[in-house]
Design a protein around this ligand. Structure first.
Ligand code: FES
Length: 149
């Protein structure tokens, strides 16, 4: 990982204020900020590990745990909730054995709850990666998930 990080951050090593783009580059490569990458980056960018974590934790865009290969977002906003969003969430959680905010053991899926996607007329809505699935039911959702290996 050491060489990879050095190569990745080569353009930022002499630039002041390049911490955020450097962190973005790392996250782009690994999907999150692995602790070893943070350590390497701190050394290369001549800042302390604490300082780098301080910057990274300030911004919601940075993740500190490895994400699933596919992200499932179940909407629990009002329109989706009254049309069965919570039942979908419960069924998916039971099926995958994870709760919102967690990732399956095989890293196939990560799941989150969302407050509203802004397309309430399609409720209940489930988004997998970039695909919007409308008027979902628990059974339809499980069918859809089979398409994502
Ligand atoms: S409440 Fe689900 S899309 Fe708006």
């Amino acid at each position: 990982m050491k060489e990879e990080i050095a190569e990745l951050l080569a353009p930022y090593q002499r630039e002041k204020g390049a911490l955020i783009p450097a962190l973005q580059k790392i996250q782009e490569k690994y999907g999150y900020l692995p602790p070893d990458a943070i350590k390497e980056a701190a050394q290369l960018l001549n800042v302390s590990v604490n300082e780098l974590y301080g910057v990274a934790t300030f911004y919601a865009q940075f993740r500190f745990t490895r994400p699933g290969r596919h992200s499932i977002k179940v909407c629990l906003g009002t329109a989706c909730h009254v049309r069965g969003g919570a039942r979908i969430m419960d069924r998916v959680q039971d099926e995958l054995g994870i709760r919102a905010g967690e990732v399956t053991e095989d890293y196939r899926f990560g799941m989150e709850r969302v407050a509203c996607f802004g397309c309430c007329a399609l409720a209940p809505v489930v988004v997998v990666d970039q695909d919007i699935h409308s008027k979902m039911t628990p059974v339809k959702t499980l069918e859809v998930l089979k398409r994502y290996e």
